[in-house]
Design a protein around this ligand. Sequence first.
Ligand code: NAD
Length: 310
Amino acid sequence: MRIGFVGLGNMGLPMATNLFNGFKNEADFIIYDINQTTTSNFLKDHNTDANNKDKVKVAKSPLEVAKEATVIVTMLPASQHVESVYFGKDGLLEGLGENHLVVDASTIDQSMATRVAKVLQEKGAKAVDAPVSGGTGGAQAGTLTFMVGSRSTEDFDVAKPYLEKMGKNIVYCGTNGNGQVAKICNNMLLGISMIATSETMNLGVRMGMDPKLLAGILNTSSGRCWSSEVYNPCPGVLENSAATRGYTGGFGMPLMAKDLRLAVNAAVDTKSTVMLGALAQQLYNQMAANKEFEHLDFSAAYKWLAENSK
Ligand code: NAD
């Protein structure tokens, strides 16, 4: 068996590492990313067996991945990257058939996820959308939550053993595209709660409160949320947070802006009212378009508010 992985970025690299470690006795690997530094690093770290130099191969195109691997995971930034990897020239689609299981773990819009599934299923392949929650820490620890959309629970059962090597909670969300529905809703709430936590921490600090003390009180009171407790945006509150390491790594600002855009577009399509979601989208758009903030983690909302409070 050969397993393929496409998109080895902040999330994909640790996920591919866990998948590799989980199946290294049963499967060989083939990887592809337009960024050759990340594929070379993966190769260097995982192709050390002198007797089996082909354990990990770097493909020249997604098509090569589809030709060589029967199980393929993709972890790409947004819908347009998924479209190009699956349907573009030398894309996955040209090489797929009935022996393939394809898992797209990227966060994309529901309609692209259902289109991918439909086209792949017409070729006989099993296709599931399985976006994740848990951040880069969860990807490294193999504790991600996978929100899985699939045509049937049988397809879900086929995908599950692979997802279990990368995650702790593998949740069936219903038909293809429903994984994205769950993920988009979760991230709208996360985007809003991160801004709310940032506003709260900034206000408390400016009123003279010690940030660690304030966070501790919030986290034993009714204001507690994931953004205040696990991913506090104020530097120094948590030892290993993105905020404490200068907002580097983690979940990039353009990705959160994209997820809020997905939520607002879905709200327009379904005539749903999302006032706070729309406000949050505007703020992340501003930050993602700013040279100083575009490469920072989304929790730099705190830094943005602090700098705009003077
Ligand atoms: P990233 O930008 O760090 O990584 C994306 C990778 O895809 C990069 O290595 C890039 O070179 C590669 N890529 C882009 N276009 C490609 C193409 N055409 N062919 C092959 N490779 C290509 O992004 P990430 O943070 O790893 O996020 C990936 C997905 O996971 C996004 O949809 C994001 O919304 C979602 N997500 C991210 C986090 C997080 O904390 N970073 C958490 C949950 C979900």
